[in-house]
Unconditional design. Sequence first.
Length: 206
Amino acid sequence: MSSDKLNVNHHNYWDSRYKNGNYSWDIGKPTPIFENWSNSISNKSKINICIPGCGRGYDALYLASQGFNVYAFDFSIEAIEYLRTQASKKNIRLNVFCEDFFHIKPKYFGYFDYILEYTFYCAIKPNRRLEYINLCHKLLKSRGSFIGIMLPVVKKNSIKGPPFCVSKNELIDNFKDKFDINKISKSSLSIKQRMDIELYAEYQKK
């Protein structure tokens, strides 16, 4: 296997996993937590949502179908082709980008009301997490919000990644300089197999 296919920073790694059916993070449907969250948001047609590392895009499809302006990013060609096919079949208007999220165009700085995070923070190398947080801060409007389902919350020596583990302390320390922390807690809407290893987090841009 080439070095690119072993590198989580390269799309070949993720394309290979999709091709081989090795994508256990994919639950095959929209996330109950985000479905519930979306019900609390009014004026959906005026809300811009960014989804980094959207994968096959079940959340993106659902939220777009509810009237949000959704921008979904992933550099896996396999995942994006699936998402675009589904959006076309269902006649859902969706902004889909097959590119490295870290290379997002500066024209989107200050553009988004919300960034929705699920399985991207844990998929990138941990030494890029602050870079990711700083980028999200730039992309959000004034007082915009980062809504995250953060996982896996486990002992650091128990997994080698990806996914790379997270801790509650890290979710405070890494975000506190750029964001006000509104909530970090377990959710009763977590899917059964992740109930004990994920935290729901709400941050607001300072």
